[in-house]
Write a protein that binds this ligand. Structure first.
Ligand SMILES: Nc1ncnc2c1ncn2[C@@H]1O[C@H](COP(=O)(O)OP(=O)(O)O)[C@@H](O)[C@H]1O
Ligand SMILES: [Mg+2]
Length: 178
């Protein structure tokens, strides 16, 4: 299941991230793809906030430590593959064990470690449209992630309806698209 969102500004990224954090489940894996400055780290911070991290300001790019962990409703594991030589090094860090655990894994530069990711995950590809505007391409791989994406625009919470501009409604379940 794919969905494209028009994200007009940083506040919309933050609202989206907080809502996503509310919806994620134990063992969830979120792959973030996009160039430097796309907003991957800001998005992770908002997701962590949605998961109830006490001090979201402490969520920064883990470029130099590769993995950061934050306690929250579910433990948050924040990876940055930017400086990794490749999937093998990522695997040697124990990525599999994190993915198989009960926390939420968020992976910046996920395209660099593609083959180590579990088959089922949520992929968010960020395109920079202009200084503040982004496009999020969401690919929900697996039924649990499809449910999350379907619920992104629903329910309560500040991010429930934002960002809404530009999102395409999904056909009802079973309508035929894989
Ligand atoms: N809509 C937006 N979403 C996310 N970041 C944005 C947005 N608009 C502007 N920005 C800016 O872009 C930069 C994104 O930085 P960061 O999250 O560290 O990117 P990345 O981790 O992808 O390299 C920040 O300076 C942020 O203020
Ligand atoms: Mg970053």
């Amino acid at each position: 299941m794919h969905r494209t969102l028009d994200v007009p500004d940083l506040a919309a990224t933050e609202a989206f991230g907080r809502r996503l954090g509310e919806l994620l489940f134990p063992g969830a894996v979120v792959a973030l793809v996009g160039p430097l400055g796309a907003g991957k780290t800001h998005l992770v911070r908002a997701v962590a906030e949605g998961l109830g991290v006490k001090n979201p300001a402490a969520v920064t790019s883990p470029t130099f430590v590769l993995i950061q962990e934050y306690p929250a409703r579910l433990p948050v594991y924040h990876f940055d593959a930017y400086r990794l030589s490749g999937p093998r090094e990522f695997a040697e860090l124990g990525a599999d064990e994190y993915f198989a655990g009960d926390g939420v894994c968020l992976v910046e530069w996920a395209d660099k470690v593609e083959v180590t990711l579990p088959a089922e995950h949520l992929r968010i590809t960020i395109t920079v449209v202009d200084e503040s505007r982004r496009r999020f391409n969401l690919a929900a791989l697996g039924a649990r992630y499809e449910a999350v994406v379907r619920n992104m625009g629903r329910g309560s919470g500040p991010g429930a309806d934002a960002p809404s501009g530009g999102s395409r409604p999904e056909p009802p379940e079973g309508a035929g698209s894989a």
